[in-house]
Design a protein around this ligand. Sequence first.
Ligand code: GAR
Length: 216
Amino acid sequence: MSRKRTAVLISGRGSNMGALISAAMVPAFPAEIALVIANRPDAKGLERAAEFNIATAVVDHKDFSGDREAFERAINDVLKEHKIDLVALAGFMRILTPYLVNAWSGRMINIHPALLPSFKGLATHERALDEGVKLHGATVHFVSAEMDDGPIIIQGAVPVLDHDTPDTLAARVLEIEHKIYPKALELVASGKAKVAGTRVLSDTGQEADTGLIWPQ
Ligand code: GAR
């Protein structure tokens, strides 16, 4: 089996990156984490990746004086240099242009801390609490031209509790993020989840175990 060479793109602490690295340490996992790219030189996740002897690169968006496509071309060059097959965005806080989205169509996935299509964008936990939703969670999806949009691969849901703060809710969601992201990467890297129009088709014929928590 040839494992898909996967790049993880981060901006910060990289806990989801860590979950992907751990999952990919199992030899039978269909992806290997071959590269971590950060758009900030001080991204904490870079140190963590280096501890695992994973190649790292910094492509600092500030060096491109607002030219988003030039920034993405630089990222794409690094991805090609490392012969990358799949890209996983993990807390990569840059809005992408059609350039990178089209170059990696069907081969780039993202994790978002909300049950899409609800709560796209930032401050998802605060907004979920403000709206009084009882179920919240995270989504892994293929990346499309719109921000936090694209065919959904897996969702994980958690209850919202009466005394939750944005921090306690974020911690509960992060736990489920670390479960669903490796599963989604496994499905995509093994070819079991593929884009079909606006949806994702799975060839397993089985429900993915998403960790979804249903209200009792
Ligand atoms: C995660 O909660 C991830 O879902 C979110 O940033 C955090 C990164 O944490 N991503 C987005 O909000 C993208 N729209 P991490 O660096 O510890 O993985």
